[in-house]
Write a protein that binds this ligand. Structure first.
Ligand SMILES: C[S@@+](CC[C@H](N)C(=O)[O-])C[C@H]1O[C@@H](n2cnc3c(N)ncnc32)[C@H](O)[C@@H]1O
Length: 221
């Protein structure tokens, strides 16, 4: 299944951004990052609501809607400015069933039962916080639902070092509020999510990027 959106659909999303730096970010992200098409491929099969933890300006939600995914999508992020951008994009769009709220995932998650998505935020958590977040996220995955995580995995590759440099650049340019703290390894997902009753698979998700990104898909069968 090809879940890559045509440029006309990507343009509809980026034009929802009112501020120039947010529009520039969304153009670059949507054109270069394979994660939105990869997550969409995983979710299209099961029409369950989605909780997107660390949703940023909500690009995944808009990508899913452009792909014809109809269930409710709730985004959650501790950066109030990004949530405000996502809310104004939703208001400008004709999309229904999207909600975006401010909150820190270290202090707890909204209640839900469906799919859960966590893209690129685990590096901001300590190992203990990562374990707590994964347990809380797994408990929100419904029968037939998936917990989908995109993360850099810690290893001794050049890709890993480039990813760390990229995360520090995001912090130094004030795009991210926090600097990276701890990168997870594959064993974390297998132990925590396996114990929560989910079947786990891990695959590289490099696309054309130099980063050491992987997609973790944990399914409740
Ligand atoms: C690299 S961005 C990814 C944004 C979005 N997931 C995407 O892929 O388009 C990481 C996001 O995680 C959010 N974040 C980091 N720590 C968080 C926390 N403790 N609680 C909620 N959101 C957090 C940041 O504000 C940022 O929007």
């Amino acid at each position: 299944m090809n879940t890559r959106l045509p440029s006309s659909a990507l343009k509809r999303i980026t034009q929802l951004c009112v501020r120039r730096h947010e529009r520039f970010y969304s153009v670059v992200k949507l054109r270069s990052d394979p994660v939105y098409a990869a997550v969409t491929k995983e979710l299209l099969g099961a029409p369950l609501p989605v909780l997107d933890i660390g949703c940023g300006i909500g690009l995944l939600a808009f990508y899913l809607r452009e792909s014809g995914f109809a269930p409710a999508i709730a985004g959650f992020d501790y950066d109030a400015e990004k949530i405000s951008c996502a809310q104004s994009m939703a208001a400008l769009s004709s999309c229904e069933g999207l909600s975006f709220m401010t909150g820190d995932a270290r202090a707890g998650l909204p209640e839900c039962s469906g799919h859960v998505v966590i893209l690129d935020i685990l590096q901001f958590f300590t190992r203990q916080e990562q374990e707590a977040l994964l347990k809380a996220a797994a408990s929100r995955v419904a029968q037939g639902g998936k917990l989908i995580i995109r993360t850099c995995l810690q290893n001794d590759s050049l890709r890993f070092r480039i990813t760390v440099a990229g995360d520090w650049l995001a912090k130094l340019t004030f795009w991210m509020k926090d600097a990276p703290v701890c990168y997870p390894d594959r064993a974390l997902f297998e132990s925590v999510l396996g114990a929560a009753g989910l079947r786990v698979r891990v695959q590289p998700l490099w696309g054309g990027t130099p980063f050491n990104n992987h997609l973790v898909v944990a399914e409740r069968e």
